[in-house]
Ligand binder design. Structure first.
Ligand code: ADP
Ligand code: NI
Length: 224
């Protein structure tokens, strides 16, 4: 999947990230990064964004995820900067990529993280698209198993969480994650191309949750 025709900086970065992330078990693995990379390329072409910046930022966006570093959000951009500098990548490209990574993560239902450039918008859309649809469902339950949370609990009706602190700390269920994050993502897309894909994936997820609720005798409200 790493094309020999892509930019040498992209090729080297893809190999580096693959090596580093292979084997992560939380759903935060190389295959997530590869999907985001492929989706970001598609969106970049459709939206006319700079391919080099988009591809590098997509590849490096989860290189040291904030959740796995006690909330330290500087680790990712710093790791990406050190790597790009070791390749002697152009300073403006490095700065742009690191800025995207620093502003990318979703920090909770009510925390808005606007992207400053089209390239950032495209990478954020690609990352968010990989959290919804069939793959989003799979990642949610994989993450739930990893942290040991229940699939659902009849006494924990789905609610929207208010603050970033709550979002990080709370005890929850995997089903709740659809309500606190996944169902909100379709309205958070930056680009028209991503919005189209998101709407389709959203419909699929709602149908899935409806069916899960039916099979589990749950009477939870569903979004449109
Ligand atoms: P991203 O790659 O978008 O930054 P996250 O780090 O937020 O994703 O999470 C990795 C995956 O685990 C995503 O698919 C996300 O939806 C899922 N996930 C995150 N938090 C939870 C949770 N509390 N319960 C279930 N799934 C979760
Ligand atoms: Ni990601």
């Amino acid at each position: 999947m790493i094309s020999e025709t892509s930019h040498p900086l992209v090729q080297k970065t893809a190999h580096y990230v693959k090596e580093k992330m292979m084997g992560e078990e939380s759903g935060h693995d190389w295959w997530h990064v590869q999907r985001v990379w492929l989706l970001a390329q598609k969106l970049a072409i459709e939206e006319g964004a700079d391919r080099l910046v988009v591809e590098l930022a997509a590849l490096l966006h989860d290189i040291a995820d904030w959740k796995f570093h006690d909330g330290d959000e500087t680790v990712g951009p710093a790791t990406a900067r050190a790597w790009l500098q070791s390749l002697q990548a152009p300073a403006d490209v490095t700065d742009h990529v690191c800025r995207i990574i620093a502003t990318l993560s979703f920090k909770g239902a009510h925390v808005v993280t606007p992207m400053e450039t089209l390239e950032g918008a495209v990478v954020q859309d690609a990352d968010r698209l990989d959290a919804i649809g069939a793959i989003g469902i799979a990642r949610t339950f994989a993450y739930g198993g990893y942290v040991g949370q229940a699939i659902y609990h009849p006494d924990i009706p789905p609610v929207l969480h208010q603050s970033a602190a709550e979002y990080k700390q709370k005890r929850s269920t995997s089903l709740n994650h659809f309500y606190e994050k996944l169902f909100l993502l379709k309205d958070r897309m930056n680009t028209p191309s991503a919005r189209r894909i998101a709407e389709e994936r959203h419909r699929y997820m709602v149908k899935y949750v409806q069916r899960l609720a039916d099979e589990c005798y749950l009477d939870f409200p569903l979004p449109e």
